[in-house]
Design a protein around this ligand. Structure first.
Ligand SMILES: [Zn+2]
Ligand SMILES: [Zn+2]
Length: 455
């Protein structure tokens, strides 16, 4: 029997990591780090990984899927680590950045357990990684398992993983998108039916509004930028350095070519620039739109130096595309936002998920005319415009429901990567549409059958 163990500590978008085991053979799907926990609490249940782990498959280069990888490879030197070239090229600089962040937190917050791993640890991990191609069966020596990776349409290099074992097929979606973004194409999932679907549920608590599709939000963002410029204002867009920075930069570049926004300077952060360079180098290796577009030489973003912040004077007609997306304290977007708050003609536009408890979430809730708790700066009045445009990299819950029930048609569904209310929505809707489907919310740390046990 093949078992599945959820190594995430709670049903949430946390430290994603899942263990598959068939007899002596074991496989780890992702090795993430929780974005909002600290120290060892942010890691998955690492002590449940068997010593003789054979294979580690990484779905994509977001922190909640790769953040613990150096810890896992150091503890399991014999394991084969597989990922696409896009994921490998993005993961290495992102993990080095994590070391820098943890080292800073050791200094600033006195956390003596930090960093959990070092730059040397990242280098030692990276030499064990092997590049895997899309759409080709992968067999690991002596293992019971066979895998096929399929483009997931989420960020560069992202994959869904098809798992074949004991004459059954399972599909682990990772994070995926069924619609296009500006650069990413919709996922290229394999045809169903599958026996088991291990499915992300990120947007399960967020209903799509009819008519408010990707194009609607893209046009809304561009109109918002035009209006801000017309009144002499500047625009801040808080983004993650990888994925969202490149998607929005590509959107703004296209809009400038089409005359939808004026040719204005666009600033990105240092890590955002490194990630954009990787996107440029990988442009023909990943399935994507605008495959010929090189963002650095063509969109010509300027690199923002955070050392300018103390003396910075905002200029109308400038766009600041800066991380972090959650506006975590001490990041550039958090610090620069204070300059935007007092100025009615400026705008802060959100383009992705904002955790309600994060500064981004608090600012969205406060809105223009409200007051926001801005950490060390105290409570500040917000006079600038604050709006949200949903340029998500995840499939909507309505798309996923239809896709899962009609195309994948699994007899067993394991719900992961979502908060309890998000998982509950999928569980109830899938039970309504497919009463015979087994719907499981895998309990942390408990092995359960991967495939249905009822004949
Ligand atoms: Zn992701
Ligand atoms: Zn994720």
């Amino acid at each position: 029997m093949v078992t599945f163990t959820n190594l995430t500590r709670a049903p949430e978008i946390g430290a994603n990591s899942y263990l598959l085991r068939a007899g002596e053979h074991s496989v780890l799907l992702d090795a993430g780090m929780h974005p909002r926990q600290d120290g060892w609490d942010a890691t998955p249940l690492l002590d449940q990984i068997p010593e003789d782990l054979e294979t580690i498959l990484i779905s994509h280069a977001h922190h909640d899927h790769i953040g613990s990888l150096p810890l896992v490879t150091a503890a399991h030197l014999g394991a084969k680590v597989l990922m696409t070239s896009g994921t490998a090229a993005l993961t290495e600089p992102l993990l080095h950045n994590s070391v820098n962040v943890m080292t800073r937190q050791r200094r600033e917050l006195g956390r003596t357990d930090y960093p959990l791993y070092t730059h040397r640890g990242v280098d030692d991990s990276a030499v064990t990684w092997e590049l895997a191609n899309l759409n080709r069966p992968i067999r690991v020596d002596s293992s019971e398992f066979e895998f096929v990776l399929h483009d997931a349409g989420h960020v560069a290099g992202s994959v869904m993983t098809e798992i074949r074992a004991e004459n059954h097929r399972a599909l682990y979606t990772g994070d995926f998108n069924l619609q296009r973004q500006t650069l990413m194409l919709p996922c290229q999932h394999p045809p169903g039916p599958f026996d088991t679907l291990i499915m992300e549920t990120t947007r399960g608590a967020q209903a799509a509004v009819p008519g408010q599709d990707r194009t609607f939000f893209e046009e809304g963002l561009l109109a918002g930028i035009r209006q801000t410029f017309e009144r002499g204002g500047a625009v801040l867009i808080p983004v993650f350095a990888m994925g969202k920075t490149q998607e929005v930069l590509a959107l703004l570049h296209q809009a400038r070519i089409e005359g939808k926004i004026p040719k204005a300077p666009i600033y990105i952060g240092g890590l955002g620039r490194v990630m954009t360079e990787v996107y440029d180098r990988q442009r023909t290796l990943n399935p994507r739109q605008h495959g010929g577009l090189r963002l650095i030489p063509e969109a010509q973003p300027e690199t923002f130096d955070p050392r300018r912040l103390p003396n910075l004077r905002l200029r109308g007609g400038h766009i600041y595309l800066l991380s972090s997306g959650m506006m975590t304290p001490h990041t550039t977007s958090h610090t620069i936002a204070r300059l935007f708050f007092p100025r009615e003609h400026d705008s802060i536009f959100f383009v992705g998920y904002t955790d309600p408890a994060s500064p981004s979430g608090l600012l969205r809730k406060a809105g223009q005319g409200g007051k926001v708790d801005w950490g060390e700066s105290g409570t500040l009045p917000v006079r600038c415009e604050v709006r949200y445009f949903d340029l998500t990299a995840h499939a909507t819950r309505e798309d996923i429901l239809r896709w899962a029930c009609e195309e994948i048609q699994p007899s067993r569904v394991l719900l992961v990567h979502g908060d309890p209310d998000a998982q509950a929505w999928f569980a109830s809707q899938m039970a309504l549409q497919r009463p015979k489907m087994e719907i499981v919310q895998p309990p942390p740390g408990q092995p359960i059958p991967l495939f249905s046990q009822t004949p």
